[in-house]
Design a protein around this ligand. Sequence first.
Ligand SMILES: [Zn+2]
Length: 314
Amino acid sequence: MTLAIGIDLGATKVAGALVNEQGHALAEARALTHAQAGVEPVVARIAEVVAQLLAQASEPVMGVGIGTPGLVDGAAGIVRNAVNLGWTEVALAHEAAGAIATQTGNALPVWVENDANSQAVGEFIFGAGRGLESFALVAIGTGLGGGIIANRQLIAGATYTAAELGHLSLDPDGRPCACGLRGCVETVVSGPGLVKSMRERLAQGGQTTLPAEFHAEDVVAAARAGDALALAALAETARWLGIALAAYVALLNPAAIVVGGGLGLSAFDLLIPAARVEIARRALPQSHETLQIVPAQVMSSAVGAAALVWQNQP
Ligand SMILES: [Zn+2]
């Protein structure tokens, strides 16, 4: 039995897990990121978390996988641009390996990938994508992330933006997006997008059971209780999700689409039937007749990051 360490590097926290070959977290550790302090202190905290987990390992640890926001050149281990961390051109794999060696005396190889991509690798190694030659992952949460496995390989893209379906504009005159475009899929298919869809309906004078302040999960709960406006808001999210998934289906013909993220999982049964109707309206039947749309199974981003270690074994 061999083990690996996965690190989910976020804007607020560094979450680590010691993971076995079945994708079970045997131990967990975390620290605050404090990204504004600069690269070196963040790398030092990653090394501290790795050291804590290494100390609890009773089997050999093969390496460390790090999932990070932003554009990542996984082959070179370089974070090209991560707005959330304020990073450009950070050689994270090299820096982290050095800090871990200094801290623990262990020369562990380190792999780095974009967080949604490492989630896709996690599903491929441990979860809903096991045994599949090709699938696409969509993670619907505060934004819309994606990852593509084709012919058992992660598709990163020439400039590391493959699967960034969240910023495909479906309506160039639609809602402004944080990226500068308008009508991006993520402006509707995300937690904040769903809240906005609900608020638009309320502004038109509709009746609802929701309180004045609400979150995406409240809209989902209201829809389950039969609130007509909440159901309509979710239907809009489902329709745009289906349009976006039709693009995956037409371009990749994946065996499966794995749906993750907080909203993607909590509203899975509310979103997917309507999304399927939209796919059927927009893509050849042969491209989606056998398509499976399934919920993600790997619930920890740190476990997903650990999968990078197994994915990169020869
Ligand atoms: Zn955008």
